[in-house]
Design a protein around this ligand. Structure first.
Ligand code: DGP
Length: 114
């Protein structure tokens, strides 16, 4: 997906300092943070949303959550607590159509979310 901004970041066409990276997953800092810590964890393989990932590719999810766990440990986020958010579809607030998990931390996170 050459026009996808996150694919460009993954391909290093746009420079970022990764928080965590392995062969399958990239975790970066959100450029419009909604909390003192706001990370984005994404699979390197392009899918627009969770429901587009075929069952045969389900290991993408374990890889993604393992990467999230690494980033959480590295940034010591369990101290404050953290929230994972996946916006799916424009009406749910998704602005970048490359599956990603927001990791929010560093302030009280209220419930229900807006
Ligand atoms: P969402 O609205 O759920 O699709 O979240 C997309 C997030 O991605 C949004 O919070 C802003 C962030 N974002 C968009 N473009 C870039 C970028 O080029 N670099 C970084 N670090 N974050 C980006």
């Amino acid at each position: 997906m050459p026009e996808c901004i996150f694919c460009k970041i993954i391909a290093k066409q746009i420079a970022v300092s990764p928080v965590y990276e392995n062969d399958d997953v990239l975790v970066i800092r959100d450029n419009n943070p909604q909390a003192p810590v706001h990370l984005l964890a994404m699979p390197k393989k392009h899918y627009a949303a969770i429901h587009e990932v075929p069952a045969a590719e389900a290991s993408l999810f374990s890889d993604l959550f393992a990467g999230i766990g690494k980033a959480v440990e590295q940034e010591d986020l369990s101290r404050h607590g953290y929230r994972l958010v996946v916006n799916s579809g424009e009406k749910a607030g998704q602005s970048v159509p490359h599956l990603h998990v927001h990791i929010l931390s560093g302030r009280p996170l209220h419930w229900p979310p807006g």
